[in-house]
Design a protein around this ligand. Sequence first.
Ligand SMILES: NC(=O)c1ccc[n+]([C@@H]2O[C@H](COP(=O)([O-])OP(=O)(O)OC[C@H]3O[C@@H](n4cnc5c(N)ncnc54)[C@H](O)[C@@H]3O)[C@@H](O)[C@H]2O)c1
Ligand SMILES: *[C@@H]1O[C@H](CO)[C@@H](O)[C@H](O)[C@H]1NC(C)=O
Ligand SMILES: *[C@@H]1O[C@H](CO)[C@@H](O)[C@H](O)[C@H]1NC(C)=O
Length: 327
Amino acid sequence: MLRIGLSLLLNLLNQLSVDGIVLDSGSGHRKSSNVSYSNSRALFAENFHRLLSTQNQTRRKLEDKVALITGAASGIGKATASKFISNGAKVIIADIQQPLGQQTAKELGPNASFIECDVTKESDISSAVDFAISKYKQLDIMYNNAGIACRTPPSIVDLDMALFDKVMDINVRGIVAGIKHAARVMIPRGAGSILCTASVTGVMGGMAQHTYSISKCAVIGIVKSMASELCRHGIRVNCISPFAIPTAFVMEEMSEIYADVDAQRHVDIVHNAGVLKGANCEPNDVANAALFLASDNAKYVSGHNLVVDGGFTSFKTLEFPTPDQVQ
Ligand SMILES: NC(=O)c1ccc[n+]([C@@H]2O[C@H](COP(=O)([O-])OP(=O)(O)OC[C@H]3O[C@@H](n4cnc5c(N)ncnc54)[C@H](O)[C@@H]3O)[C@@H](O)[C@H]2O)c1
Ligand SMILES: *[C@@H]1O[C@H](CO)[C@@H](O)[C@H](O)[C@H]1NC(C)=O
Ligand SMILES: *[C@@H]1O[C@H](CO)[C@@H](O)[C@H](O)[C@H]1NC(C)=O
């Protein structure tokens, strides 16, 4: 559709230039005006061709690739599924939420399919991987994205170990199981790209309660450990650490903490926590990072944690008083 739109524009452009010359022939200073006109016309057309071929490349970044994404019924996973499909991939959405996952797959069209999958059940993950193989004969990309937030008391002395286990079960064990079963089918082919969603809370302490933070620290470590083995089989393993994004689970937490204000205010609070002026962290930013890591553009990138945080975790400022504040 994009291609048709652009070639239509190019045709229009050619017609316009013919009209331009006809009009010009009546004028007194034809020469100089014509030269610059046709030059700019050629430049314009050239740029359009360049745009066209760039769009082509973009479209083809994941041509004929098969991707399995856990937790893709909503949020970051859904945005990534959509991005992968528009880049030529077939995507399997594996999520614990059945009606929502089916709805998402329907929305994303015939190159998306849904399979119910609870990442805490190894057999569910194994079945999802087998589903990809039986449907498309291969698995090129495994994105272990499913994860949950949790509300735990701020102090370690009050930690509920049962809740700790529950979060680790999804955020850590689920990812290890995902890599295990992706590797099972990728090793024989000697190729593959494995992605995981970590978080800025796994890069620095103090940005979330211990349980969530620990689970995301573990994801960054898992990637390094797995990359060490899987590189020998041509499989790359990477993770992405996003900054806070107002997706479903964050919004749920926000409405518990700030019960008396509306959703827009919750979104604003999340966005205002960022440091990069003029931009907010969005699911699409993570999807773009995932597209890069999944594609051949990242063919020599493995064991990496790609931080998408506008610089937040790169620095701290010394809150020294200004000279005039010090007597
Ligand atoms: N939103 C943020 O601020 C943020 C920041 C950094 C990292 N993350 C991480 O991004 C990932 C995606 O979260 P999101 O922000 O898109 O939130 P989200 O709630 O929109 O999406 C999470 C998805 O995971 C699914 N899920 C939950 N438990 C599951 C299970 N046991 N098995 C299979 N699927 C399960 C949910 O149904 C949901 O569709 C998570 O790992 C999260 O920790 C989010
Ligand atoms: C774009 O891709 C199509 C095939 O998908 C190809 O036929 C066409 O030549 C490409 N256009 C450019 C400008 O590269
Ligand atoms: C689905 O994939 C096919 C084959 O790759 C492609 O021709 C089609 O445009 C895709 N459909 C959508 C909705 O992206």
